[in-house]
Ligand binder design. Structure first.
Ligand SMILES: [Zn+2]
Length: 267
């Protein structure tokens, strides 16, 4: 939905401090607690994550003295996000090389190059028999997602409660949203792979994706509708395009996959 003209003024008038977030019922669609506003010290960005509404936008740059000094303070002190401190690495995580099955899995799903190159930190959880992809914000581990190496369910287990995406790569030019951690690793030689690890795009994901110059959505072919919805939602925050997959990324050979991704981003 397009933001009504009065919404920017409304968002500006909200009384909450710079560099924090605000959450409320949506002033446009009136759904409960779906309206999120973040203030980065320069601008306020709003977003309603109810699918029927998805109203979003940003205010003009309003660098008030108060905002500027708080932004400066934050840059100087670099306070960790509250979520960053709440995850402790389980003691059952050991080096990937301790399990042949885990290493074989990582090779099979095309994550091994990313692992060797340091674009992904992958461990073995001997208690749950899972190959575990560590989810980081900066250098800090905030969560982990583990793929079972036997028949146990769920196939993917989320260890923490962060809403952070799994990211493989550090290049802030092009991000590619993919289905899972393995696919994120598989594309990371060419672009930064981002796995949102769930079905829905959350405000936290949008915050992360906004930092890139260009975003592509490349979900498996049975999720094309979902991918189109995602492109629509993201489009008002960051330039976003759809990549249509014929084969799952992690089932392609390395050269085939890299060429395929490049054929999109070089257009
Ligand atoms: Zn709404």
């Amino acid at each position: 939905m397009k933001s009504p003209a009065w919404l920017a003024g409304y968002v500006e008038s909200l009384d909450f401090p710079a560099l924090t977030r605000y959450r409320s019922d949506c002033p446009v669609c009136a759904k409960k607690n779906t309206f999120s506003v973040s203030d980065d010290g320069l601008q306020r960005m709003w977003y309603c994550f109810h699918a029927d509404c998805n109203v979003s936008g940003r205010t003009g740059i309003t660098l008030t003295k108060d905002h500027a000094s708080k932004l400066f303070e934050k840059q100087m002190t670099k306070q960790p996000d509250p979520v960053s401190t709440s995850f402790e690495l389980p003691t059952t995580f050991v080096s990937l090389s301790r399990s042949i099955d885990a290493e074989l899995y990582v090779k099979r799903v095309q994550s091994y190059d990313a692992y060797l190159a340091g674009r992904a930190d992958i461990r073995y959880d001997f208690q749950r028999n899972r190959a575990v992809y560590l989810i980081k914000q900066g250098n800090k581990v905030v969560d982990a997602a583990g793929r079972s190496l036997d028949d146990r369910t769920p196939k993917w287990y989320r260890y923490g409660s962060s809403k952070c995406p799994f990211i493989s790569g550090t290049d802030l030019r092009v991000a590619c949203i993919v289905e899972d951690c393995a696919s994120a690793c598989s594309v990371s030689g060419v672009v930064t792979g981002v796995a949102i690890l769930g079905t829905n795009l959350l405000p936290e994901h949008i915050e992360t994706l906004r930092k890139f110059q260009q975003v592509y959505v490349a979900l498996d072919k049975d999720a094309t509708d979902k991918a189109i919805d995602m492109v629509r939602t993201l489009h008002s925050h960051v330039p976003t395009k759809l990549i249509i997959l014929k084969t799952d990324l992690k089932n392609m050979k390395k050269d085939e996959r890299d060429d395929f991704i490049r054929s999109y981003i070089d257009r």
